[in-house]
Write a protein that binds this ligand. Structure first.
Ligand SMILES: [Ca+2]
Ligand SMILES: [Ca+2]
Length: 264
């Protein structure tokens, strides 16, 4: 009897350990369409739904340069053809509009490294013309906190928009629409679920052919859990049902909920 009781307690302890190990927090992400630029232009790609708030900063690359001073310092490391540019592969707008502005394109062999002058708990991007091997890595100093690839986006439900402006092949990040594969586009919000997962360095890389195209990087400083997607952050109670179904404050912008033609 004593033995059985002891075994039972041991089993409970094991379960408790499994429980807590399994509930460890991490950086996670949400996919939205994003919204138009703050000045209402629809040819500038998608911006974060948070971009109008004073404690969020956006890098839009429109001056053709990588920021090398200030809050977020960008550098290109390695040898390759990565650059700030404007062409047909720019990430599309919130309703699939063509983006005519400059954006950041990363190719294999030459990564973009973003060094932050403080900790972040939120970093978000207009991710466009998705290819297999687009990879985002988040670091605390030199310690990798977490990486995300195109396949992770697919696994979580895919991109917000599959754009006819970005015809592609059957690979991660693409979707067959009628007879043609279209590449994924969307606004991807990475955020920390606890103080264990904050970060101060981001590396953007590409493994294999094709490029990693992004625009309108959005930053939010924080040393704890990012609370922007908490239901209490939403000012309109009438949208509560929608939030339960989809999650996130992006439902604020009803006009951006108009389905793009090829939105998933
Ligand atoms: Ca831009
Ligand atoms: Ca690409």
């Amino acid at each position: 009897m004593l033995f059985k009781k002891s075994a039972f307690i041991t089993t409970l302890s094991t379960l408790a350990i499994l429980c807590c190990a399994g509930s460890a927090h991490a950086i996670t992400f949400k996919m939205t369409t994003g919204i138009a630029s703050p000045d209402g232009k629809t040819d500038q790609g998608a911006w974060s739904e948070f971009s109008g708030l004073s404690d969020f900063k956006t890098v839009d690359f429109n001056n053709g340069q990588l920021p090398t001073s200030g809050f977020a310092k960008y550098s290109l490391v390695g040898n390759g053809s990565s650059s700030v540019r404007a062409d047909m592969w720019a990430p599309v707008g919130p309703n699939g509009e063509k983006n005519t502005s400059k954006y950041l394109a990363i190719f294999e062999g030459q990564n973009a490294v973003i060094e932050l002058d403080d900790y972040l708990n939120y970093f978000a991007i207009n991710w466009g013309a998705a290819h297999s091997g687009n990879i985002y890595s988040f670091y605390n100093g030199d310690t990798l906190v977490k990486s995300f690839s195109t396949a992770d986006i697919d696994q979580a439900g895919g991109f917000a928009i599959y754009s006819p402006l970005h015809p592609g092949n059957n690979e991660a990040g693409a979707k067959l629409v009628n007879t043609q594969y279209y590449q994924g586009n969307g606004y991807v919000h990475f955020y920390s679920e606890s103080s264990n997962d904050i970060f101060n360095k981001i590396v953007i890389s590409q493994v294999g052919g094709g490029g990693f195209e992004t625009d309108n990087h959005s930053f939010h400083k924080g040393t704890g859990r990012f609370t922007g997607f908490d239901p209490k952050s939403v000012p309109e109670p009438s949208t509560a049902l929608g939030i339960m179904a989809v999650g996130g404050i992006f439902l604020w912008k009803r006009k951006n909920q108009k389905a793009a033609q090829y939105r998933q």
